[in-house]
Design a protein around this ligand. Structure first.
Ligand SMILES: [Zn+2]
Length: 158
């Protein structure tokens, strides 16, 4: 089973033959690195970068974190053993669903209640979505892809 994935802009793509364990980390460093409440990552032994490579930030003496220098997508975690890859940057994250949580002592207090939040219907801003043109790389490998800089456009959230 070869799984593929990449960053939001498409400058970085990868392939993994046999993904390993998948888990969620609640530590403060993962919150910050992902700009989110926790990080979900899967071990990716033998990973091959098939387009581009991440830029690395040394977040501690033991760990460096890889991200796309063009679009900023958090992609990789490297503690010197098997590389780990963010679950959500796989083309099909369902294939690498997390099966364990770690570092729960840093877990944000509201995380366990997120699924109880009220849900706003998606159709509340139909004009926005009707006018939206996505510059996100599609969820499959492509022959060629020119990352969109977005500089000629206003900011959108997609
Ligand atoms: Zn990118």
């Amino acid at each position: 089973m070869t799984l593929t994935g990449g960053c939001q802009c498409g400058a970085i793509r990868f392939a993994v033959e046999k993904p390993g364990g998948s888990g969620m980390c609640h530590c403060r460093m993962c919150q910050k690195a992902f700009g989110s409440f926790y990080a979900a990552m899967v071990t990716a032994p033998g990973l091959k970068w098939t387009r581009g490579e991440p830029k690395w930030f040394q977040s501690s003496n033991l760990v460096r974190r890889g991200f796309c220098p063009d679009c900023g997508t958090p992609i990789a975690y490297d503690a010197g053993e098997a590389l780990e890859i963010a679950v959500a940057v796989f083309d099909d994250p369902e294939q690498v669903a997390p099966t364990i949580q770690v570092n729960s002592n840093d877990k944000l207090s509201f995380v366990d209640e997120l699924h109880n939040l009220p849900t706003r219907p998606a159709a509340e801003s139909p004009e926005f979505f009707a006018s939206l043109v996505s510059y996100q790389h599609p969820d499959h490998d492509t022959e060629g892809w020119v990352p969109h800089t977005g500089q000629e456009q206003g900011n959108t959230h997609e």
